[in-house]
Ligand binder design. Structure first.
Ligand SMILES: NC(=O)c1ccc[n+]([C@@H]2O[C@H](COP(=O)([O-])OP(=O)(O)OC[C@H]3O[C@@H](n4cnc5c(N)ncnc54)[C@H](O)[C@@H]3O)[C@@H](O)[C@H]2O)c1
Length: 430
């Protein structure tokens, strides 16, 4: 029996349901998964140093932690670091298309409770989340807010919670909405809002990995294409920057006038969505808002246009409306679906509209997730040590943790910086 399975009153262990069949059926794939985890471990030095300290100090001893983040190698390493800190850990996917089965198999072989499978529907994803939560966690690492929402449907589980950490913009918005309505049952630390998260992960992580995923999935050029980026927030800025660097002509669509003006000052063409659709070779959404690209856009897009979504949920591109318009649907390559419109135009949807850099690629680079997951690990430790001082609302990551991760990142890049002068004067030498 692996760690934590079966009921054991003395250790506080709880019975957990059997893992999904894919994990049980694929123990041989665990070898490949372990290789992937070892590679990221070598490239996540901040998390590796935390693993060493946690193994000595065991700050999570006696606690159960559930992790729901896109289950690929970097997330698996975070789960192992939390276990090194003394926690019992259950893991589930956070998206139907983002789990790597070989990585899930590797974690299952390590004795973690794994409820994650690639290529499931939303109902099965939810079932797996519920199975992971049957572990009765004290702490949750969430990505998009689904676990936090499910915990609120089960008051007895929510009552046992010490706190949660939220990884992404969409989950932060959901937690904030709950806090504003006074219904949040436990503290939630907003990892996404730490500077070491959004400035690195959303901008540079998304900026690189979206184009990596699109290029490897389509085997097409970005250079010379008109790329329309919808949403010029942190992710959209990174995607626009790297598309321009790859030689694309970039058009930005924004509804916030300040961000639209910012995009124009940075040299991008700015247009309303429907006008931009008429010239898009590739349209990419990054708004976090459902229905950003809806039915009207599908009538305006050019023949051959590619559609991809970098936001957390597939709902940014209304694929149901797109499917309803299609008179023919055809799989053209892995993760590329062709949809023929009644007027003969073909539109191409990548990764079924799911978060493209993870559905069609490996997600953010390891060095980027090193800072995001160092923030997660330190914030989980913070919740474990200080939950008694934290009210049931949203909280920023403590500034000291953000600075600690920034210093560690600079050290990992072998960069030194100056310190501010002790009595820095404002103004001239008077
Ligand atoms: N792909 C990834 O790896 C990854 C990484 C981090 C975050 N995310 C997700 O990406 C999404 C965006 O995150 P972010 O941090 O950039 O958010 P953000 O809030 O910084 O930016 C979103 C932008 O979209 C704009 N917007 C909203 N509705 C719009 C519309 N209809 N048309 C045009 N613009 C619109 C907003 O004004 C805002 O500027 C979220 O769902 C987030 O969870 C994805």
């Amino acid at each position: 029996m692996s760690e934590g399975q079966g009921a054991d009153a003395a250790t506080g262990t709880v019975a957990a349901p059997d893992p999904p069949a894919n994990v049980l059926r694929a123990p041989e794939r665990a070898v490949e998964g372990r290789e992937r985890i070892e590679w990221v471990r070598r490239n996540m030095p901040i998390l590796a140093s935390l693993e060493d300290r946690f193994a000595e100090e065991r700050p999570l001893a006696g606690l159960r932690v559930t992790v729901s983040v896109h289950l690929e190698a970097k997330t698996a390493y975070l789960a192992l670091v939390l276990r090194a800190a003394g926690a019992r850990v259950s893991v589930c996917g956070s998206n139907p298309e983002s789990t790597r089965d070989e990585v899930a198999a590797a974690l299952a072989a390590e004795g973690l409770h794994v409820y994650a499978e690639r290529g499931v529907d939303d109902a099965r994803l939810r079932t797996n989340m519920l199975r992971a939560l049957a572990f009765r966690p004290h702490l949750v690492v969430d990505d998009g807010g689904d676990l936090v929402e499910l915990l609120h449907e089960q008051p007895e589980l929510a009552a046992a919670m010490l706190g949660a950490c939220e990884e992404t913009t969409t989950g932060v918005a959901r937690a904030r909405a709950r806090a504003a309505s006074g219904s949040l049952r436990f503290p939630v630390l907003l990892i996404n809002d730490a500077r070491c998260k959004y400035l690195f992960d959303n901008v540079h992580g998304t900026g690189q990995s979206v184009w990596d995923a699109i290029m490897r999935t389509t085997n097409l050029t970005i250079a010379g294409k008109t790329v329309v980026v919808v949403g010029f927030g942190w992710c959209g800025q990174g995607c626009a920057l790297r598309a321009a660097g790859l030689g694309a002509r970039v058009v930005v669509c924004e509804i916030d006038p300040v961000k639209a003006a910012d995009a124009a000052l940075r040299g991008y063409t700015v247009k309303p969505l429907l006008a931009a659709c008429e010239e898009a070779d590739l349209l990419l959404t990054a708004t976090g808002v459902a229905g950003t690209v809806g039915d009207a856009a599908f009538t305006r897009l050019r023949d051959g246009a590619l559609l991809a979504n970098a936001g957390h949920f597939w709902t940014e591109i209304d694929r149901r409306a797109l499917f309803a318009r299609a008179v023919e649907r055809r799989r053209l390559r892995e993760q590329v679906e062709g949809l023929r419109m009644a007027d003969g135009r073909w539109l191409h949807l990548l990764g079924n509209g799911e978060i493209v850099n993870i559905a069609c690629g490996d997600g953010h680079p390891a060095e980027i997730m090193d800072t995001s997951f160092a923030l997660q690990a330190l914030s989980v430790e913070h919740l474990a040590r200080h939950h008694g001082e934290l009210s049931a609302t949203t909280h920023p990551v403590p500034e000291e943790i953000d600075l600690q991760v920034a210093r560690a990142k600079l050290a990992a890049m072998r960069i030194e910086i100056d310190s501010p002068a002790p009595t820095a004067a404002v103004g001239g030498a008077g």
